[in-house]
Design a protein around this ligand. Structure first.
Ligand SMILES: O=C(O)CCC(=O)C(=O)O
Length: 268
């Protein structure tokens, strides 16, 4: 019988992994939605885009054994979180994510990266779950073009400049509390949410400490398993509290550095 790790190597993804039950998923969702209602839009946007640095319960999720154990089977025992963010699609909206490869603009020297995507509401074909193209991680990073489309959830609306045959794609259907794992070069996308509920997913970007930014500047990362013998990143601790002022300052500094590669070639 083929193991899930063999399948991951062949296809570039694996799912579903059950992390916690639906009741726990509801609790996390309620905690997120409390933040969304109690803080202003700018702060909420920052928290959603840099969630493990600013929201303690997200930092806790990034350290759960149920998440880390399968990621370790792919990347090994030493793990950093480079970023984590929520992807939220409101009910009956045309927000989408174009076909892309995650590592395209992250300015990292290698591809020792896995995304853990955790559902906090049902991710179905109707609600706009992710779609993966099996085996597409085997090739290199291909050319992307920027679209800056308003309803594209990616920072520059980037999309693959090559055709993707939708027939080849697999729907990543997940129930609340389940997780998928995908490779940083995998072709993936997601379509509109045509349901009456929000579609909420938490994406956690795990990397190995030997990775490095291609620019001569360190960015922040959080050591969540094993050790870091390389010193290629500024290691950050768990957040000091919810939306803590010092943590916000650190995140803003990190964003300024990351813009040099995330927004490279984009005119202000
Ligand atoms: O949540 C989505 O629909 C897309 C997420 C994504 O592209 C990613 O996690 O890499």
């Amino acid at each position: 019988m083929t193991s899930w790790t063999d399948e991951y190597s062949e296809k570039g993804y694996a799912f579903p992994f059950r992390l916690f039950n639906g009741h726990q998923a509801k609790k996390y969702r309620a905690a997120l939605e409390k933040i969304e209602t109690e803080h202003d839009e700018g702060l909420v946007k920052l928290a959603i885009g840099h969630s493990n640095s600013l929201i303690p319960f997200v930092d806790e999720i990034t350290r759960l054994d149920a998440v880390l154990n399968p990621v370790k089977e792919i990347l090994g025992p030493d793990l950093l979180v480079w970023n984590s963010s929520f992807f939220i699609k409101e009910p009956q909206t045309t927000d989408f994510v174009s076909w892309h490869q995650d590592l395209t603009y992250w300015g990292l020297t290698d591809s020792h990266e896995v995304t853990a995507w955790i559902a906090l509401s049902p991710a179905t074909e109707q609600s706009g779950c992710m779609k993966f193209v099996p085996g597409s991680h085997m090739g290199n990073i291909v050319e992307h073009r920027d679209t800056f489309a308003d309803n594209n959830l990616l920072s520059r609306g980037q999309e693959l400049a090559v055709e993707v045959n939708e027939q080849d794609a697999v729907n990543v259907v997940l129930q609340p509390g389940e997780m998928s794992l995908h490779h940083g070069r995998l072709f993936h996308s997601s379509h509109y949410n045509q349901t009456d509920d929000r579609r909420i997913g938490l994406a956690i970007r795990y990397i190995t400490p030997d990775m490095q930014q291609t620019i001569n500047e360190k960015t922040d990362a959080t050591l969540v398993a094993g050790t870091d013998k390389f010193d290629h990143f500024n290691l950050k601790k768990a957040p000091n509290g919810l939306l803590n002022t010092d943590d916000i300052r650190a995140v803003e500094h990190n964003i300024a550095i990351k813009e040099k590669f995330l927004m490279a070639g984009v005119e202000k």
